[in-house]
Design a protein around this ligand. Sequence first.
Ligand SMILES: *Cc1c(COP(=O)(O)O)cnc(C)c1O
Length: 400
Amino acid sequence: MKSIGRLHDLALYGAPPAFSEPLHVGYPSIGNKDDFLRRIDDMFERRFFTNDGPFVRELEQRIAERLGVKHCVAVANGTLALEIAIRALGLQGEVIVPSYTFIATAHALWWQGITPVFADINPATHNLDPAAVRRMITPRTTGIIGVHLWGRPAPVRELQQIADEHGLELMFDAAHAFSCSYGNELIGRFGRLEVFSFHATKIFNSFEGGAVTTDDDELAAAMRLMRNFGFSGYDNVIYPGTNGKLTEICAAMGLTNLDAVDDIIAANRSNYEEYRAAIDSIPGLSLVRFDPDEQNNYQYVVIEVSRKIGLSRDFIVNALHRENILVRRYFWPGCHRMKPYRDLFPHAGLVLPNTKEVAEKVIVLPTGPSLPEGAATAISNILRVLLSEKDAYEIGHSHE
Ligand SMILES: *Cc1c(COP(=O)(O)O)cnc(C)c1O
């Protein structure tokens, strides 16, 4: 890694990139590979590849124990987990969701003939604004899906109050929030149920995978039927179901990463602290904070670019990409601007000003255990140079 001092050191002026290897957001963690391979040997020995195998059961039990929740129903991926959860709750008509989330939150509804109604977020938290949720309730509304965005808890208490007042179901998309807490209670037991994703980019992964957690026995039993075609016992179908089963090879990866997840979180936390120390002193940038009184997984290091600095967010993203720092703008431009919702609800943006503002200023920075030593500081320093010499940059840019 070369030193970053002057603007003309940057790759924009033909120098090699600051990092010779690309740094990714959501780079998959692998835990202890030997442990994984031992589990795979066991799996071949048993010839038990799927259908509620021993690894799936062990994974479910360990997750339920860790989160302090009665049931964990493992599923093939987070999107199927959302779909099964939505169906188990009997949602229909309209369901209120944030637009500032991964598209699967909305698609899981639309896929089963339910209309996602987009409510605005609080720009300070990036999570649903309870007052905005209230404004979107109609006689057709049956539920609310809160998203714990970046692993920071949604306003659980306020949303529960709205749900109770209006007789609505409340569930959470907790895809970002494994090992995060709300009011010092681990996420996984809020609302009627919560949905996790174990996709390769998430805090702990099973290649692909997901789960629904709940304390409700009936919901858990219904979801176990749904993920396995509705089979009760060997050949008796008592329910309309789908194929949502998690495979043993994925569960083996989940177990291996679960062994490592506390180390992954510790590495993330240290990267976050390093970024925070450096970014706090850069005018025009602010780091999205994790509440030190809660448990956090620090999987998303998110900065906001002030409109006032005169450099666009996308310009900064492109400049960092040239340095092999593959930062991401996330959830831009919001679900309501993607198909099919943009055509169905062309005016949805009128009630989503905070979604627009946040979607236009967010950059997610690389983190994870494989981020090289000192990289968080180096990346921050590149940002500092970019912003402090932005006039020169803009001139350079306009002559491109
Ligand atoms: C990743 C993610 C999902 C989907 O999970 P998959 O396992 O990829 O299907 C849903 N919602 C949010 C907020 C996510 O980040």
